[in-house]
Design a protein around this ligand. Structure first.
Ligand SMILES: [Zn+2]
Ligand SMILES: [Zn+2]
Length: 404
């Protein structure tokens, strides 16, 4: 049997989140806010899912560059392993720093910084767009002549190490604080306090920050505030991914002259006009939300959806090699609709019922395709017809249960 064992990252990840949650409860501290944790997990589910399609693509790009353009012919040996480790970490530092300093890159990295918590769920808050930008930076390594297999091993290390530093449970690491990026260093990177902004970009080694002047140590007297300097007023999955590209678009559209337009794309995030965010919020968000707290039904429903998505994701990754195109499409579409649905339910949007309808139709198609039986197909047809006929009545009933 050919299983993709990377799928086990999902339960392992949940195990560590569970440990951290128990620790925080025991210490009487609150590291986890409900909606924040759901949002973090949902962004991570989408990234893991899309990883199935992109990992081989990235590897192919590295192989192509290595075969056609490699400057040196580097062979595996203890010296080149050390060299590659330093090279990957240095490339990571600059990729990360530029992701904060250039709008076009910040548009994909901002999602990682939206969480107002700092815990293991935040480490999952990475988008596939960010992985694409990272791949662009890492392309310099096969160009130098490092074999793609060696590079992939380090990609894995750079995927695992940062997970463990997204926590407030592990405290300071003593002597290791001098050379490694620790939870204390990375917590500062996630802070929005003025004295901590744009600091500690390193991934595994903290030496690059010390070398390039972006290092700062945690100060006991400063209470860390996590998240963006201007927090998001929404839990919407779509808003989290696309609010900044939309802000760039608005700024770009109304910027006068080539120079100003160039600055919108390649300038710093601070250079953008903050008024456009408010305009977009008014247009696209449920701004009256703050008067209406999440009902117990919302929490139960969103929790159930998130758990179901994770189980489905685990299955899809594990049995990746046994799924055909249609199965992959149906399960991915189901997961994506559910992620958008969860965020929109938390924001108490009304249009979610169309998503529910789409999801129900998707399930019916799946049943129809994989259990083609005359009676079943008639039943499915009848169910879709009933759902369409009584659309309004069912919707009213649905909102009464969920939102009141
Ligand atoms: Zn960052
Ligand atoms: Zn982080």
């Amino acid at each position: 049997m050919k299983l993709n064992y990377l799928g086990f990252a999902v339960p392992l990840f949940l195990f560590f989140i569970g440990l951290e949650y128990l620790y925080s409860k025991r210490k009487g501290k609150n590291f986890f806010q409900y909606a924040e944790s759901v949002a973090n997990l949902n962004v991570g589910i989408a990234e893991r899912l899309l990883d199935i399609f992109t990992t081989t693509l990235f590897f192919g790009v590295f192989v192509y560059i290595h075969e056609h353009f490699a400057i040196f012919d580097i062979k595996a040996g203890w010296f080149t392993w050390v060299l590659l480790f330093l090279a990957t970490d240095l490339v990571w530092y600059w990729y990360h720093r530029l992701a904060h300093e250039i709008n076009a890159f910040w548009a994909v990295h901002v999602v990682h910084h939206q969480s107002e918590d700092f815990n293991y769920t935040v480490s999952a808050r990475i988008t596939v767009f960010q992985a694409v930008v990272r791949c662009m930076f890492w392309a310099v390594l096969p160009l130098l002549g490092f074999p793609p297999v060696m590079i992939s091993i380090f990609l894995l290390i750079h995927g695992i190490y940062p997970f463990f530093i997204h926590t407030r449970a592990l405290g300071k690491w003593g002597w290791f604080e001098k050379i490694l990026v620790t939870p204390s260093h990375h917590g500062i990177h996630h802070a929005s306090n003025p004295e901590y902004l744009d600091k500690n970009y390193g991934d595994v080694l903290i030496i690059w920050d010390k070398l390039f002047g972006t290092f700062v140590e945690e100060k006991k007297e400063v209470e860390i505030v996590y998240g963006l300097t201007k927090p998001l007023n929404s839990h919407s999955f779509l808003w989290q991914h696309f609010h900044f590209p939309l802000e760039i678009y608005m700024n770009f559209r109304y910027a006068k002259g080539i120079k100003a337009k160039w600055k919108v794309l390649f300038g710093k995030p601070d250079d953008l006009d903050p008024r456009y965010r408010s305009i977009l919020e008014r247009k696209l968000l449920n701004v009256r939300l703050h008067n209406r707290p999440a009902t117990p039904a919302i929490r139960q429903y969103v929790t159930a959806q998130t758990i179901f998505c994770m189980v489905l994701l685990f299955g899809v990754i594990l049995f990746e090699h046994y799924l055909n195109g249609l199965q992959l499409f149906l399960s991915s579409a189901f997961i994506f609709i559910s992620l958008i649905n969860s965020g929109a339910v938390l924001d108490q949007r009304k249009w979610i019922f169309y998503l529910e309808y789409a999801r129900a139709v998707l399930v019916m198609i799946a049943v129809g395709v994989y259990y083609p039986n005359g009676w079943l197909l008639t039943g499915i047809f009848a169910a879709v017809a009933l759902l369409t006929w009584y659309f309004r009545a069912i919707r009213r009933y649905y909102f009464r249960i969920l939102y009141t």
